[in-house]
Design a protein. Structure first.
Length: 262
């Protein structure tokens, strides 16, 4: 049975937003959000972002000529979705309420998107599954619009876009232990599947269980999409890169988990 959902009263909106932004910064150590509205030159869903995206695309092409159009398009995609994806998952599992994620305005810093603003407003609360649905709907709308905007500049196919979005969301879900100490890998896996289903991304990636040498059970990302960094840095593959064999990937990912714990 779905629990009753409700909104933070309007006069509590500033407090609720402050708590969410503080929680996001605490969980990640790098997510930089502030209360406020869109600023000139920033990206926001629903506005005319063409000039900003074209300028960033041209800057990426100039900085990474070896990457080619596929790499430059992919960088636009990952740049504009990483912050909404992080905030969506943290809002649900670390904060317990979902703002209107489509209202996020994102700041460009040279070749990257880093920093955002979100206006105070009602936040939706309910059971976890309901909140995942609301956050996923906002994230899916943002992604669908962004895909159209990128394709107005350069061809970018839906399948690699979907796989990279799945990888980003799954990567954040894998961090749920930071938000909810004591949560089991099985429960994290169930949440991961709920996110994929709500985003219509089932089959585009998963979280895979591993056992570390000290006996701890953890989850690692099994990606289907490649970030194409190897086109610019041929000797560098991400630990979770799907171009590796599964055995090599798991060794590298387990080593990363052990290093983080140590």
């Amino acid at each position: 049975m779905t629990a009753r959902s409700f909104l933070f009263p309007p006069n509590d909106a500033d407090i609720a937003l402050t708590r969410l932004l503080a929680r996001a910064a605490e969980v990640t150590g790098f997510l930089k959000g502030a209360p406020g509205s869109h600023k000139p030159g920033w990206y926001r869903h629903g506005l005319d972002n063409g000039p900003m995206l074209r300028d960033l695309y041209d800057a990426l092409a100039q900085a990474y000529p070896a990457g080619g159009p596929a790499f430059w398009a992919l960088r636009l995609w990952t740049n504009l979705l990483w912050q909404p994806a992080y905030l969506a998952v943290i809002a649900v599992h670390g904060h317990g309420a979902v703002p209107d994620l489509r209202a996020m305005a994102q700041c460009r810093q040279l070749l990257d998107i880093n920093g955002f603003r979100l206006p105070p407003g009602p936040q939706r609360q309910g059971e976890v599954e309901a909140m995942i649905g609301w956050a996923a709907a906002d994230l899916r709308a943002t992604a669908e619009t962004l895909l159209e905007e990128i394709n107005a500049i350069v061809r970018f196919k839906p399948v690699p876009a979907q796989r990279l979005l799945a990888a980003r969301v799954l990567g954040v879900v894998a961090l749920l232990e930071r938000m909810q100490p004591g949560i089991s890998p099985d429960e994290i896996s169930r949440h991961a599947q709920s996110w994929l289903a709500a985003l219509d991304l089932v089959g585009q990636g998963t979280l895979e269980p591993v056992v570390l040498p000290d006996g701890r059970q953890k989850l690692v990302l099994a990606r289907k999409g490649c970030c194409l960094d190897y086109l610019v840095w041929p000797d560098r593959l991400c630990a979770s890169c799907p171009k590796q064999t599964r055995a090599v990937r798991l060794v590298r990912q387990c080593a990363e988990l052990e290093a983080e714990a140590g």
